[in-house]
Design a protein. Structure first.
Length: 144
């Protein structure tokens, strides 16, 4: 597996097409990310694959707070992935503290009827940028 820095350079510096998630194989959902306090990790918004730089892969917890400002993305409620070993989070839309167990949902990978299964696969970076432009929360980002 490439290093996190190589992933970022390949996707953002060189503008290459996104690769598949190493866990579920979906494209358009997986990539390198930066979290709070400069935390670097890889994640997939389809299956919950989560890997901190230098750490072992694990699976994040899918949640939907469902507050009045919670968006839909690609015909389903946006999923906020809570990292492993964390039992609460701050809603990114209303800033309420939310308990993991009160907002946990089924991950798209585990729900064959989830609308995100219909997101086209193995497309170009340009295609995904245009696809996600149609959803206010993603604003054209290739990765959810």
């Amino acid at each position: 597996m490439e290093s996190w820095d190589e992933d970022c350079l390949r996707l953002f510096g060189e503008g290459r097409d996104p690769g598949p998630c190493p866990s579920c194989g979906q494209t358009g959902f997986y990539g390198p990310r930066v979290g709070g306090q400069g935390r670097r990790y890889r994640a997939c918004r389809f299956c919950g694959f989560h890997q901190e730089v230098g750490g072992a892969p694990s699976r994040a917890h899918p949640t939907v707070h469902g507050c009045s400002t919670w968006p839909d993305t690609a015909r389903a409620p946006y999923i906020w992935w809570v990292p492993p070993k964390q039992d609460e989070y701050t809603c990114p839309f209303c800033e309420t503290h939310v308990a993991l167990e009160e907002s946990r949902v089924t991950a798209p990978i585990d729900d064959p009827e989830h609308p995100w299964w219909k997101v086209p696969q193995a497309r170009s970076r340009f295609y995904y940028a245009r696809f996600w432009e149609n959803w206010p929360h993603t604003k054209g980002r290739v990765f959810l």
